[in-house]
Every structure is written in structure tokens, then in C-alpha cells.
Design a binder for this molecule. Sequence first.
Ligand code: C2E
Ligand code: MG
Ligand code: MG
Ligand code: MG
Length: 281
Amino acid sequence: RAKDAGRGVFRVYEPALYVQAEERRVLEIALRGALDRGEMSLAYQPIIDTQGGMLRGFEALLRWESPEFGTVPPSRFIPLAEDARIIAQIGAWVLRTACAEAASWPEGLRIAVNVSPVQLQNDGFVTTVATVLADSGLSADRLELEVTEGVFLREDRGATTTLARILDLGVRLSLDDFGIGHSSLGYLSRTRFSSIKIDGSFVRAAARGGREALAIIRAVVALAQSLDIATIAEGVETQDERQLVAALGCTHAQGDLFGRALPVTETRTLAERDWTDSAAA
Ligand code: C2E
Ligand code: MG
Ligand code: MG
Ligand code: MG
């Protein structure tokens, strides 16, 4: 017990830790039933190409509206779902819902779905993807799975094999949040990615004159160009940022400037909008 230790600092610290653990426990209980209670939904954020300004597709982003806790951000509940081993179930629902929706969009529009490293460790994942594609009727090349480098850190060989089986289905892969973790160029030689997503923090820093961020974006773009794959700049909020990432050679961009993540009813209107306007400087 902290009290027995006789060090005042622990007495201050322990309640905070306790509250944190208790909060997590309560949140986890709510999370377990959230899907069944219909508290989860997907929001769709447009991804556009920086040259023509045309809509390339949408990224599906999971939303949890809890009657008890309000809007809980994915950065909060995804790690909980991973720890509680319910990410596979939630992730399968995300895939099914997003692919069913995307099947009704105009041909050529892609859907990007985030996949947790924990989902990839699950033996049934590839089968889930194949089943979802068959059920939705979405052609495999319109689905892009976004994985982070965390995938490779956990169980290196297993992840690479699973990703290869996903590629065999004809599904595309995107390397998300590139540059913020333990990015290694090795991943790019072991797995065939269709795009690299540059985290919004680099875009913001570079637009503010950050030399390191600028250098990193340049290097990633050069790398992607030599591998003949796309670069998607995330978190683009201003015209300055859009112009910068276009000038740096990022092929695609995503961010509030082009559209926030929207509920499904609004994506169809977006899909039909004249996207050529968004390229105008
Ligand atoms: P991410 O995959 O990198 O998604 C991009 C995040 O940036 C989203 O946050 C999006 O709302 C936010 N964003 C987009 N444009 C802007 C902008 O202009 N400015 C700023 N400041 N932010 C912008 P969100 O929706 O909170 O998701 C956070 C993370 O949670 C995602 O990062 C992804 O890693 C994870 N996530 C979301 N949905 C899912 C899911 O269905 N499954 C899994 N496994 N992870 C998910
Ligand atoms: Mg993503
Ligand atoms: Mg990202
Ligand atoms: Mg991010």
C-alpha cells in the first residue's frame, strides 16, 4: 500500500492511477455492448487527388456515441477494444458496413478501412475480408486496407504473410501514419503497398516552416515515386497546406479542407459534387 511506503508522493499518485484504471474498466464494459446497442457508426472522409482535385474515394472512420460517455474518440476506444479482444468483432463490422456502402458509390471510388495490428494477428481475418467482399459485391481493388507500422512490430513474419494473402485477394494496402512510429523502409520492400499516408502532423509542421518535417515529406515522396506508389497527405486544413503538399509531389490529400468525416447519408452528395473546383488555387 502506498500509505505503508510512507512516501507522500505515492499518496498523491495512487488515486489518479486508480481513477484511470476504474475509468478504463467502466468504459470497457460500455464498449463491449456498444455495437449491439447501435451506438457505433462510420463517418466517411473524402480523399482527393492533388493534381486534378478529383475525388478518389473515402476513408471510413469509426464513431462511438455513448449515452453514458458522449462522443468517445477512436484514439481512446480502439486501444481498449484491442486489449479487451473485441477489436476483431468491431473491425469485421466496420469492414462489412464500409464495403456494403462503397458498393453503392460510383465505380472507381475506393473505400479505405483502418485495420488494427491485433486484427491481423487473428487467423480468421483474411477469410473475413474475402467473405465481406463476396457478400457486398464490391470489387477487391476498390478496397484499401490501412495498416500502420505497428503491424510489423508485433509479429513480424506473421503480419507479412497475412498481408501477402490479403494482396492475393486483389485488395490494396496503404501504410498509414508513416513517419510517426518506428518507420522502416524495410516494410516497403517486404509488402506491396499502393500508397503511403503522411501523418497530418508533418503537413502542419512543414507548412509552418519546419525544415525537418519538410525534409521528411520530400524523402517519403521521393521514395514513393521510385516505388511507383501514391502518397496521401493527411490532415490538410488550409489552402497553403494543400498547395505545399501538391508542390512537394504528394499525389493525394485528405483533410478538413476537402471535407470532414461525414455520416453516410452525406457521402453520396459528396460523391456527386464537382470536385474539379477543389483543385483551384
Ligand atoms: P487515421 O487513420 O490516421 O485517420 C485520420 C484521422 O485524422 C481521423 O481521426 C480524422 O478525423 C483526422 N483528420 C482528418 N482530417 C483532419 C484535419 O484536417 N485536421 C485534423 N486535425 N484531423 C483530421 P479520427 O477519426 O479521430 O481517428 C483517429 C484514428 O483512429 C485513426 O487515424 C485510426 O488510426 C483510428 N481509427 C479510426 N477508425 C478506425 C477503425 O474503424 N478501425 C481501427 N482499427 N482504427 C480506426
Ligand atoms: Mg487511416
Ligand atoms: Mg493516418
Ligand atoms: Mg493519423
